[in-house]
Design a protein around this ligand. Sequence first.
Ligand code: GTP
Length: 575
Amino acid sequence: MTKPPGKAASDDPAQPRKRLRLATLVTLGVCVTVAVSTGLQLLLVDHFTIYYASREAELRLQQQSWQMRDALNRVVSKAAGDVQLVASLAQVREARDPATARAVLDSLQSTFPDYAWIGVADMDGKVYAAARGLLEKADVSARPWFQKGQAGLHAIDYHPAVLLGKLLPQAPDPWRFIDVAVPVRRSSGEKWGVLGVHMSWTWARHLAGNLLTPALRAYGAEIVVVRNDGTVLLGPPGMEEKKINAPSLPLAQSGETGALRETWSDGKTYLTGYSRTGQDGDPASLQWSVLVRQPEDAALAALHTLEQRILWLSIAVGAAMAGIAAWVAHRLATPIDHLSSAIEARTQAALLGMPSPSIPTIDSFREAQVLSAAMSDMVRNEAQHMQQLQTMNEQLESTVRKRTAELQDLVMRDVLTGLPNRRALMETLPEAMYRAARTQQPCAVMFLDLDGFKGVNDTYGHEEGDELLRQFGARLVDAVRRTDTVARLAGDEFVIILEHLHAPAAAEEMGHKIMPRLRQPFALKTATVSLSASIGIAVFLPDDGASLDTVLARADRAMYQAKRSGKNAVVMATT
Ligand SMILES: Nc1nc2c(ncn2[C@@H]2O[C@H](COP(=O)(O)OP(=O)(O)OP(=O)(O)O)[C@@H](O)[C@H]2O)c(=O)[nH]1
């Protein structure tokens, strides 16, 4: 598969992937850590505070229920105590006329305004005497208080007014009573009547209003008093005298006390404290369920406020920590940034062949200090090594140049005799011909070849032959002018370039002058040898126009002519 063109750079394994900066990494890390830990803390706080706050609220409501229960019990037992006390008074027990008894009853009513009616009825159910004379002589024989009161101390549960309703003043709420009744006996023990008290239900309302703490009331707490048949006797508007079936009700009715979280018929969730008044089997007590309920939202409102505050505080602390983290990260990353920028700048400079900038000295913290010092040392060492390398390189190049020159010189010279070789001759000869043309002085090329040299090699050995060649070359150099050139072509063949000749004949004279010198004996290591040479000469005249090859060929031919004519001769070439 071929790579898409745009992706080639990013997929190139040699190219390092672009990474986040150190400061960004550290800041992100701290921010994520703070966010996660704050979130977890909030979750835990939320969980435990809701649990404890619910428990706390339930306990408060339960206590409130207990207080209401105790207050209700107290009032009912006070009424029972009051009727028993009055029934035991002589003015009532031995009443001779209604006025005497009425005075006592008036006095009792004045002690507790919620005693709406107090009266004594004879055994026929006719009211004998009553506070303020209300209902005197009326027939109450059918009233439950009269009937139950005959048997002994008895409390009659919540009921509407029957006879009294028209006699009592108009009130905001319709008149509702609970009754307490007790038999009245003469000193002889004879039962002659029943003393009854109608207690207006208003007292219970006042009690509930006074008992509920302002804090609870402010957060929607309500007291609900429920009769055993589920009818609400006291409660929020609209609920009274209606039946309810809250889950806490059967618990309270069974005599249990406690608190729970429950849903009422209005669909709302409440925390409810519950208890029950009265004593089982005591006809003088009344059994009511006392429920103190509070909407759960309201009960936990303070908690929700606290949660909000914790959340904002956490956000503020988190933001502060993120800020500190960013500052610390910046402090940590800046020196490393400087170092990496310096390294990048050095790489760039090296690519452009510009002077490399130095590594900055960093003093912000210990590790960065050590790092920058180590890098400075490395860079210094690298510079020294580079300098040494450059010096070595230059020395090497110079040696190579020298050796090359030496080698070139060795191509140009004959190794055995040290004379210019064939190549040097081929460079020198054109220059000589040029000089001849310029100076209008002829030059000549003299070919020399030893006669019978092979015999020396054969007789005395190759080394002696070499020695003879060296001595022969030296004699030639001695025989000519410094400006002339003596070269060895190969074997026993030598060439002399004679320059600045005053006439062409001077070349032949030179040949004859050399000849006797060459015939002188050569003193070798093991023997002394005499030899001759055959010489062929070609003269180059300035206006001749002959080429270099032509001149050489003429000289060569002349030399061979000398050989053929019997050797040991000088032959001038003809054009
Ligand atoms: N010692 C020595 N001998 C060489 C060298 N180069 C060539 N020779 C020998 O020189 C001889 C030259 O051959 P020729 O010129 O034919 O021998 P020659 O005896 O001089 O013959 P003519 O020129 O006809 O007189 C050969 O035997 C080569 O082996 C050298 O560098 N050293």
